[in-house]
Design a protein around this ligand. Sequence first.
Ligand code: F6R
Ligand code: ZN
Length: 202
Amino acid sequence: MLEMQDCPFTFSVSLSGGRPTQYDHHITRALSAMHGQYADQQAYAALLDQGDKVIYEVYEIKRPEVAGELPHGVSIVHPGKVGNEYFMTKGHFHAELETAEVYYCLQGTGVMVMETPEGEWSVQDLRPGQVLYVPPRWAHRSVNTGDEDLVMLYVYPGHSGHNYAAIERQGFRKLVVEHNSQPAIVDNPRWRPPGQDLPESF
Ligand code: F6R
Ligand code: ZN
């Protein structure tokens, strides 16, 4: 691990994607860390029986968690599906809701699934060269709809923090699934509008 630097620095991320030449943390999220996130729980259990596959990885440049700093890094979502639902990140709101994030897609194909606490939603395509702006208040989840790694550079404000709880409770409003060999956006049956409780069975 490298010391946090207070002098300007450069590093590179190959345009064909992958591990940056510099990072402080390497985070891996395996299937077992995604419990309850995929709609098809039987398919989830069956896939987990075959081994605890790594679903996504993040190479982070850490910065102090204060306004003015810009933590950044590279996220890599591997290709695959749980049932017909594509591999994806957990997704989160920023704890400081009024903070944004920028993504730049380096490799692969996918979508960013987003929503506000009020239930507005948006799904934007990600392809190499595409820049995505996630405005303040929008929760975000990267989904790999292709058959190679989805690799993106991200940058967000240092005081953002991360709030996973709301997404862990009922997921995003929309799921991204394969339908007739194509990605399709469908309603998440677990999702309830703000203020409405989940049914007992969930
Ligand atoms: C940081 C950010 C990304 C994600 C990464 C992993 O605010 O949005 O760096 O952290 O794509 O996704 P999560 O954090 O949802 O597991
Ligand atoms: Zn974020």
